[in-house]
Design a protein around this ligand. Structure first.
Ligand code: TYC
Length: 102
């Protein structure tokens, strides 16, 4: 958006600047006990992934120790971590989920 202003011929931008929220990566950590199928289920159910993508992420975590579930605003990321931890606790799996600034 532009509006006239200042010296003749000078265009002043008046588009208001809105702050972009910081984004946070939600990460899944590997362990030796959580069943692969449970991790795939978590990725499908809480991170809206297809079975194919969920399996790919699960295998990445299994092989590399950590993997990306998604990138969200702080509050959404916090909620996702809490949901993973609660689901794992209910099923008595040691699955761990954390978040870090993107
Ligand atoms: N390593 C687990 C197994 O062999 C599978 C697993 C994958 C666990 C990803 C956690 O975030 C994880 N059953």
């Amino acid at each position: 958006t532009e509006s006239p202003g200042g010296a003749a011929g000078v265009i002043t931008e008046v588009k208001p600047k809105v702050a972009k929220p910081s984004m946070y990566r939600v990460l899944l950590l590997n362990d030796d006990f959580t069943p692969m199928e449970f991790v795939v289920y978590v990725l499908e159910r809480l991170f809206n992934k297809s079975r194919e993508e969920a399996t790919r992420v699960m295998l990445h975590v299994h092989q590399n120790g950590v993997g990306l579930c998604g990138v969200y605003t702080y509050e959404v990321a916090e909620t996702k971590v809490a949901q993973v931890m609660e689901l794992a606790r209910r099923h008595q799996h040691p699955l761990q989920c954390t978040m870090e600034k993107d």
